[in-house]
Design a protein around this ligand. Structure first.
Ligand code: AMP
Ligand code: ZN
Length: 480
């Protein structure tokens, strides 16, 4: 059946038809690495992970690209306020690059603890300045820019479909929907492509450009990097709903202005917010939690992942310790059930074990995800499967592991632990499973050097991979 997604562009469920058959190019806006991600931000990345995993399970060859914003993101998306990176570096007495490196690592530690698979391409804004300058030049050559007060602006009045994604009406904007502070702008919605001397004497990172030494506006990085890695037109772009009216609206305008091709992106996916006490969880409001806060309060990262999967990504989700506690208990019951089944089965079946007995559950599970990523319905199918005593334990487990390729709840590790493989460190197991998957991909792409490298690197760490008919398994050996 067709994979369907709710497209913000058009505000409807649409069958997913990629540009190249069988492939899916997907760009998800990544973090601004000036501080720890809060658990609201992490909701966005769990959603991206579910999307990429679901597409892969449905048979698409996915290229998932994510940026790291380490320059140019001001505290207001509309070119107002301070540069988040510069401010954070100043407050902590560090350089911008030190701050960026530290919080990038912290971000990937969080995402790996949440079992979020690393995107295929992770690209840093500061390493793509020439790409941004190149794209801005194209926009300029096509007559969409003007200079004022030392900045180069995008002239939104020259782009007739501006605001289509957000259903923006110029009239509404005029009546105060946005606070306007930059007198250089000719139109309320214009935005900066390149800053020079006009802002931030203390800007740490600057580059030479045709418009003077300076640095890029925030929006241009996503256009430049997604076009570089996915092409001038690609399939899916995702981010939180806060990005609809400004960031994504501006990305569309500048990309389509530069290339002259429309639509730049076919499907726009936006996750709703995680909210706390009726407000969006955000750093600026001062009320937010990090993943480490949850861990310090006795929760495992995957309890939070389970909590998130219980809600559809387009619904607001209220965070409370009570509901996180409910998720923790539910996940424990789930893992206990898996351990019991593993004990009965006596083996940990291969991950791709096709089972006729459990086929109906798997089919409904896949359908739930193919219908706009309905994780609540998918979870319900997993529960139904595990509670169904008419299915043999090994078959139920094999199907559950198939489901966990998307859900990522650590079911396989739980089963392995129950069979006395020793209390494996969950993170290590996930890392190994990730590397096994990566090795499989490398082999598929005939990159045997990479595949061998993964095997040898694991061997050095005392992990031996064994290929068999049911897939690749691993066991501990003496480290080399
Ligand atoms: P940032 O690092 O601020 O650029 O945000 C990273 C991602 O988190 C973006 O896709 C935002 O839209 C998203 N986001 C921010 N706050 C929340 C929230 N409370 N709930 C869900 N997503 C959020
Ligand atoms: Zn972006």
């Amino acid at each position: 059946m067709a994979f369907t997604l709710y497209n913000t562009l058009g505000r409807e469920l649409q069958a997913f038809t990629p540009i190249a058959e069988g492939k899916a190019g997907f760009y998800g806006c990544g973090p601004t690495v000036y501080d720890y991600a809060h658990i609201g931000n992490l909701r966005a990345y769990v959603v991206h992970d579910i999307l990429a995993r679901s597409l892969r399970c449905a048979g698409f060859e996915v290229t998932h690209v994510m940026n790291i914003t380490d320059v140019g993101h001001l505290s207001g998306d509309n070119d107002e306020g301070d540069d988040k990176m510069v401010k954070s570096a100043g407050a902590r007495g560090k350089s911008v690059l030190e701050i960026a490196n530290f919080y990038t690592q912290a971000f990937f530690q969080d995402t790996s603890r949440l079992n979020i698979q690393r995107p295929d391409i992770v690209c840093k804004a500061t390493e793509h300045i020439p790409d941004m300058i190149g794209l801005i030049r194209r926009i300029e050559e096509r007559g969409f820019t003007y200079s004022a007060g030392g900045n180069l602006y995008f002239d939104t009045s020259r782009f007739p479909s501006y605001g289509e994604l957000a259903l923006l009406r110029l009239e509404d904007l005029k009546h105060g929907a946005r606070v306007e502070v930059d007198g250089n702008k000719r139109n309320l919605t214009d935005f900066v492509l390149w800053f020079t001397k006009s802002k931030f004497e203390n800007q740490a990172l600057t580059w030479d450009s045709p418009w003077g030494r300076g640095y890029p506006g925030w929006h241009i990085e996503c256009s430049a990097m997604s076009i570089k890695y996915l092409g001038e037109q690609f399939d899916i772009h995702a981010g939180g709903i806060d990005h609809i009216p400004i960031h994504h609206t501006n990305e569309i305008a500048q990309s389509e202005a530069a290339t002259g091709k429309k639509p730049w992106v076919r499907y726009w996916l936006h996750n709703e917010f995680l909210i706390l006490d009726k407000n969006k969880m955000s750093k600026s409001s001062g009320s937010f939690f990090t993943l480490q806060n949850l861990i310090d309060s006795g929760y495992e990262p995957l309890d939070y992942r389970y909590f998130l999967l219980g809600a559809h990504y387009r619904s607001q989700l209220q965070f409370s310790w009570d509901s996180l506690g409910g998720a923790k208990n539910a996940r424990k019951t789930l893992l206990d059930r898996v351990k019991t089944l593993a004990g009965k089965a006596g083996v940990v079946p291969g991950p791709a074990g096709e089972s006729h007995e459990a086929g109906a559950y798997l089919a409904t599970f896949n359908k739930a995800l193919e219908e706009d990523l309905s994780t609540p319905r998918a979870l319900a199918e997993l529960w139904g499967l595990l509670r169904d005593n008419s299915i043999k334990p090994a078959a139920a487990l094999a199907a559950a592991f198939d489901m966990d390729r998307v859900l990522g709840l650590g079911l396989r590790e739980a089963a392995a632990a129950a069979l006395d493989r020793g209390p494996e460190d969950g993170e290590l197991v996930r890392e190994i499973e990730g590397l096994i998957a990566e090795r499989g991909e490398a082999k598929k792409a005939k990159d045997f050097a990479r595949a061998d490298h993964i095997r040898e690197a694991l061997k050095k760490r005392g992990i031996m991979l064994e290929d068999g008919p049911a897939g690749t398994s691993w066991r501990r050996v003496e480290p080399l």
